[in-house]
Design a protein around this ligand. Structure first.
Ligand code: NAD
Length: 311
């Protein structure tokens, strides 16, 4: 798995290891952290390899010799903050790295699962977003490094599937949150929780009417593994349909933390989508997927994790 020391991938690894799989995580720690997999380092089924996958998988590393049954390409900086601080890294991991990994998957006869994103729909003109919608992406905007790299990865994955016989799967992940998120990664939920725990004002972009559907990480992981275990190629949306305004989200976090923080409003970032909600019909019918963790419960667990880590 690429990006194995990241937020979502580390949760995926936990479940794979619990299932008895052997997992090799390749990560350069650009946004991930060794702490996310510290509990696994002595596990006989787990190996952590430090490398930039845009340079190709390291050769002559014992853990990377042999053949993989599955390759999950999860590596990529993913927070809007990263779009301006790591733009070239995002482009490289969503393009050159993808091509290297596709070649390896074909050589191994492995199932290849690519972590795409709801950002592939850009600022959507269709709501909720269904997989057949082609999106509304500004190809030269601030977010384009991420959106277009993921779209390139999708196109590459489909080309290897169509013309090189690759067993492929594409999951379009919608906003996901949970324990192990970086408090300073710039996404709304970790930002709001950190501000609430410090008693600082909660900074909501714009008037806070823009909506997101938020998915608890355990639900997302279950969806990704249902796709991995299936014969579906997708792309398939995965996330939660429950939609919330940013203002409601901020107020819920203030309530759940018992904080005295006030909610304040700042300027919106460029091309920030107005609304985002997955149409989960495909995931439901093809994979039997349905999220089960309510936002209240998921946020409570995430707040507990932030308190435990004292971040
Ligand atoms: P994350 O930043 O926590 O994890 C990404 C991991 O990839 C990090 O550990 C990072 O160090 C690693 N990485 C990045 N570039 C690399 C490179 N060149 N070589 C090796 N490792 C590299 O982010 P996340 O939120 O866990 O996202 C995981 C995946 O899911 C990403 O591909 C992201 O685009 C996708 N995704 C996430 C969300 C979400 O809401 N969390 C939504 C849509 C898509």
């Amino acid at each position: 798995m690429t990006g194995g020391a990241g937020f979502v991938p580390s949760h995926l690894i936990d479940v794979l290891i619990a299932r008895g799989c052997a997992v090799v995580a390749v990560d350069n720690f650009v946004t991930g952290s060794k702490e996310n997999v510290t509990h696994l380092v002595d596990h006989p089924q787990f190996t952590l390899v430090e490398a930039d996958v845009a340079d190709g998988l390291p050769t002559h590393h014992p853990a990377l010799d042999g053949r993989f049954d599955a390759i999950l390409h999860m590596a990529s900086p993913a927070s809007p903050k990263d779009f301006t601080t790591l733009p070239i890294e995002i482009l490289r991991v969503g393009s050159i790295a993808t091509l290297h990994l596709l070649e390896r998957a074909v050589a191994d006869g492995a199932r290849f699962l690519m972590a795409s994103t709801s950002e592939a729909y850009g600022d959507p003109l269709v709501h909720p977003q269904v997989e057949t919608y082609w999106g509304n992406v500004n190809p030269v905007g601030i977010r384009s490094v991420y959106d277009e790299a993921k779209r390139f990865s999708e196109a590459s994955t489909m080309a290897y599937h169509r013309y090189r016989g690759l067993d492929a799967a594409i999951v379009r992940i919608f906003n996901t949150y949970g324990p192990r998120m970086r408090p300073d990664d710039g996404r709304a939920i970790p930002t709001f929780i950190s501000q609430a725990l410090r008693g600082e004002p909660i900074t909501v972009h714009g008037n806070g009417a823009q909506t997101r559907s938020i998915c608890y990480v355990d639900d997302l992981v279950r969806g990704i593994l249902l796709l991995l275990d299936s014969t579906e190629t997708g792309p398939i949306n995965c996330g939660d349909e429950h939609e919330m305004s940013m203002k409601d989200l901020a107020e819920t976090i203030v309530r759940l933390t018992g904080s005295a923080s006030t909610v304040t409003f700042t300027s919106r970032t460029a091309d920030d989508p107005e609304m985002r909600r997955p149409d989960l019909t495909l995931a439901r019918t093809k994979l039997g997927f349905a999220p089960t963790v309510s936002p209240e419960e998921g946020l409570r667990r995430t707040i507990e994790d932030f308190q435990r880590r004292a971040v």
